[in-house]
Design a protein around this ligand. Sequence first.
Ligand SMILES: CCCCCCCC/C=C\CCCCCCCC(=O)N[C@@H](COP(=O)(O)O)[C@H](O)/C=C/CCCCCCCCCCCCC
Length: 216
Amino acid sequence: MADFEVDEKFSLKEVLITFQSCLSDNEEVLVDSYVAGWRVLVRFMNSLGTIFSFISKDAVNKMQIMVNHRNGENGDKYLTIQSMVQYELNNNLVDLKKRGDYSESGCRTILRLQRALLWLKLFLEKLRTSSEDDKTSIMCTEAYNDSLAQHHSWVIRKAATMAFYALPARATFFEVMNVGTQEQVVSMLEEAVPLISKVHEITENLYSQSNLLELP
Ligand SMILES: CCCCCCCC/C=C\CCCCCCCC(=O)N[C@@H](COP(=O)(O)O)[C@H](O)/C=C/CCCCCCCCCCCCC
């Protein structure tokens, strides 16, 4: 996989297609597509303004860590999240109790993105069921408070929630998703939310069974 560069046009359909390609026939999560899904989302966030750059910088950094693993000499072990967990645990390549030599392990990196995927799932569900006068900043903050906030410092929580106030209004948000009418956006969200939920659920179950949900 190439390093990242900012692409052009965003569309919610691209998010849907990319995350659809994440799941293999036997419900394994393909790392390349998982990372590609995040690249599409970060591209969208970058289009909303530089106020989100501290967020996209961290996301891109984590995506790049996964690209480096995939391009590394053991890249085949990182084909799926499942094979990655097995390989890194079997070879003691994960800091389980405190941060150490493996602060860029795939397990740790995917866990951080997994937590953000929960935020995304909650946020898209709120968008799907929202009405015209609902505020995107409130929906985003509520989704954040129910997901990522518990894992962030006070400073990050403050910076993130301030940034959310810069989000465009719902109508504009729906427009920049480049899907069509609001009804068409809602129906695409009806497809996207269960899909993203499935990817999140499979990864969450794997991490829970492997006792990886609290990696430092
Ligand atoms: C479908 C279209 C509508 C939705 C579009 C959403 C686009 C969002 C794109 C990317 C989401 C951001 C992913 C953030 C990953 C953050 C991972 C994380 O928690 N990092 C922290 C922990 O990492 P370590 O320090 O332990 O390595 C890191 O410390 C903090 C990083 C900076 C701030 C994180 C704030 C996260 C806010 C997530 C909501 C994004 C709102 C975007 C609004 C469009």
